[in-house]
Design a protein around this ligand. Structure first.
Ligand SMILES: [Mn+2]
Length: 505
């Protein structure tokens, strides 16, 4: 959906979820700003039993002039209702009658969505979704320091002070917004009420320690989600605690934070695992978080609403135990497992992209390359190129290796990806799209590998990076170069047959 599709409607009401948080307020504010710029006269409301009382949100509304009104009773049946940071029909947003409904959100989809909807579940905040949608309409938020600060604070609070940011679009917004940082500091230092301070202490007293796998589970009463981050960061400092999981259960959501201080567990991977099939999770290697939908958990257990707290703890523990028991860890330098069962494969010819870095920025420039998988920092050098892989992944390669393995085709490079890799001059901040500079190449010569499908979950530490493992699931392939069996890696099952075919021995 595009924002301009909302413009034909006359009487537009924006509604965020009940008990609004900073992201809900920022998102509604952004849409209000856009519609007003386009000559509309929208209203921005929230409903439900409670008026906003949290100190940081009161500060936010006052200093950033959030144009929101509390309307517990509202029955005007407007032309268009847009729910932001929530989905029409969900339990956390009081139902407002309207002739037409639109939805802009970043949570997991639980309701049937109207035609006018934009739900991006892998984005850290709804503020980011609005920021991106406004950008594609050519409306700059940089004209308003108040709105920019609100958007930033929405992302900030929805991702535990930015520590659980994972999507590159969130990072793009974080890096590009001009923000009143002293106000951010003031708000984030008054986000915990005295009652919530008590919740923090009470939660820690009831910790549940599992010595076999050195993890700590802590259930808090319903609180500001940032408190989950505070508790998990703090309790991770305990001796013999490698992993912390802190969560709360509310009728609308089960929210959790995970932390890891061991290289064998990536917090973001664990968060995805804990939420699989029940919600969503993600973040960084050491800090991550997620949400489960209570109704999905209840359905899984055939349980009633009042049992949610108990089964949430049960399910988390079950999944943690399964997570720890299911992986075989393979360290770099160890012999290739089951080599006699492996078959020889050769690479199929692939069309890839390649970019000469000095075509984008002059030699010597310090750059940051942003991809869906993360940021790479490097310096532009005369003989360094970037390869663009078949899924848009980007990696540096030197000219000599490029020329010995690939050949320019002269054909234009025109693949599209979910997130287009971009490259930024670290000093000037200038950012350019990598693809515009790309040329097509195909592989030449034969690299042969030994490979076999995995029948178990594996965490592999490669010779290239001893700190960061690669995960393999059953069906993925474990492989090594025929001429260098020590160079082990994992190839995703989705890609394997696109990339390789069986070779004649
Ligand atoms: Mn949100």
């Amino acid at each position: 959906m595009f924002l301009h599709e909302l413009l034909p409607y006359e009487d537009i009401v924006i509604q965020c979820h009940d008990n609004p948080d900073a992201d809900a307020l920022a998102s509604g504010y952004a849409l209000f700003y856009y519609l007003t710029k386009k000559g509309k006269h929208p209203r921005f409301i929230y409903r439900g039993a409670n008026q906003i009382r949290k100190n940081n949100l009161l500060l936010m509304m006052r200093h950033l002039q959030i144009p929101v009104t509390y309307m517990p009773d509202f029955d005007e049946n407007p032309d268009l209702l847009v729910t932001v940071d929530c989905q029409y029909g969900q339990k956390n947003v009081t139902k407002t009658m309207a002739k037409n409904v639109a939805v802009i959100d970043h949570h997991q989809t639980t309701e049937e969505l109207p035609v006018l909807s934009e739900v991006r579940s892998n984005i850290g905040s709804c503020a980011t979704v609005l920021w991106d949608m406004m950008k594609s309409e050519g409306v700059e938020v940089s004209d308003s320091l108040l709105l920019s600060t609100a958007l930033y604070y929405g992302l900030f609070t929805d991702t535990n002070k930015l520590s659980e940011v994972s999507h590159p679009l969130d990072r793009d917004m974080r890096d590009s917004l001009e923000v009143n940082h002293s106000l951010i500091k003031e708000m984030s230092n008054s986000s915990i009420s005295l009652d919530e301070l008590k919740i923090t202490g009470k939660a820690i007293l009831d910790f549940d320690y599992h010595g076999n796998n050195k993890y700590l589970m802590i259930r808090a009463d319903r609180c500001d989600p940032n408190i989950l981050g505070v508790i998990s960061d703090f309790s991770l400092e305990t001796v013999d605690v490698n992993i912390t999981l802190v969560y709360y259960v509310s009728p609308q959501e089960i929210k959790f934070s995970v932390r890891s201080c061991v290289k064998e567990v990536h917090a973001n991977e664990l968060a995805v695992f804990l939420a699989e099939g029940l919600g969503g999770g993600g973040g960084h290697i050491t800090k991550a978080g997620g949400v489960l939908r209570p109704e999905k958990l209840q359905a899984l257990y055939g349980a009633k609403e009042e049992d949610t707290e108990r089964i949430a703890g049960e399910e988390f523990e079950k999944r943690l135990e399964r997570y720890f028991s299911m992986y075989r860890v393979i360290y770099a330098g160890s012999p290739l497992p089951d080599q006699e069962e492996m078959k020889l494969y050769e690479k199929k010819q692939q069309q890839l992209g390649c970019v000469k870095l000095t075509d984008i920025f002059p030699a010597g420039t310090l750059v940051e390359i942003r991809t869906l998988e993360g940021d790479i920092n490097t310096r532009v050098e005369e003989d360094v190129y970037l390869m663009i892989g078949i899924e848009g992944e980007v990696y540096p390669i030197n000219q000599q290796k490029l020329e010995s393995s690939y050949q320019m085709t002269g054909a234009p490079y025109d693949k599209t990806f979910e997130y287009e890799p971009s490259i930024k001059d670290v000093y000037t901040g200038e950012r350019k799209n990598v693809k515009r500079f790309a040329k097509s190449v195909v592989s030449i010569g034969q690299v042969r590998i030994l490979a076999k499908p995995l029948d178990e979950y594996v965490k592999l530490f490669t010779a290239w990076d001893e700190e960061k493992y690669y995960s393999g699931s059953p069906g993925d392939y474990i492989a090594a170069r025929e001429d260098d069996p020590g160079d082990i890696y994992i190839i995703n099952k989705r890609l394997f047959h696109q990339l390789y075919r069986e070779a004649e021995a």
